[in-house]
Design a protein around this ligand. Sequence first.
Ligand SMILES: [Fe+2]
Length: 327
Amino acid sequence: MGSLRVLIVDDEEVILRVMAASLRLEGCEVFSAHSATEARQILMSQTLSAVITDYRMPGESGRALLGFIRRSFPEVPTIVLTGVDDSELARDLIREGADDFLAKPFRRGELIRVLGQVLARRERDAAWAQGWQDGVLSETINALAAAVEAKDPYTANHSARVACFARELGGDAGLTAAELTILDHAARVHDLGKIGVPEATLNKKGALTHEDWEAIKRHPTLSAEIVGRVGLLHQVARVVRHHHERMDGHGYPVGLQGEAIPLMSRILAIADAYDALTSDRAYRRSFDARSALAILESDAGKQFDPTLVQQFVHRVRLKLSDEAGND
Ligand SMILES: [Fe+2]
């Protein structure tokens, strides 16, 4: 139980001392308070792992303190100390948000066992909540990607391929697993804003007018605005917003330059461009893989991050020579 920071609250000095000694034996850092008022002050100034509080105290009761913790520090688990015959009260306290209770007098082993159980339960709940949240976010991304698909099947397949390239390059660039998930989500919905661009403009075979360009240049902002409506996807929205910025500052929508462009947006830009170059478009035939890599290299430092281009080209060339070797 080392590294735990536990606040104990009791008006009886001797109980505080016994509890503190037991917890310190387990390696906990202990904060002692003689009243709920003192406990509130410690809660406001310290990051705590758990609170163990007496129920009956002069002044503010343990129940009121429990209510304060539930409202202001819901992440901190609370154990309430009750009298022996207070089982009814104990049930009420659990209903009001206490994680557990301990009837006085208790043995040292009991205190440690209950605290251990409470912390383990909180950890399991947090893991479950995280899993649930991740699931909901993935489903949200799937729903938004389906909106892209409904508008334009090319964009849908393109986004899936871009996600694949982006994850590979992101791995080479040293992104963490959590960052790779954000990047993957961003790649799947980066062109979502194209649902706001007229189809005639998107599929135009001839030269684009100034108005056409202005409409197309709005799509990253629109993608980010739609994705950003889901608060938990704000990082994805940021990556999406800047996927058409250029290293030389001549990109859009903001004209960010160099490393001011988020790293994941720089990765997405390369994956996006490579897939676009190797796909047939309304206005041109596709390039073969080697020509597409040469185009990326010639634009390194101007449009694309040169280090990332190098990593990407290296990876794709290896893949191409493996394929050639297998033929
Ligand atoms: Fe785009």
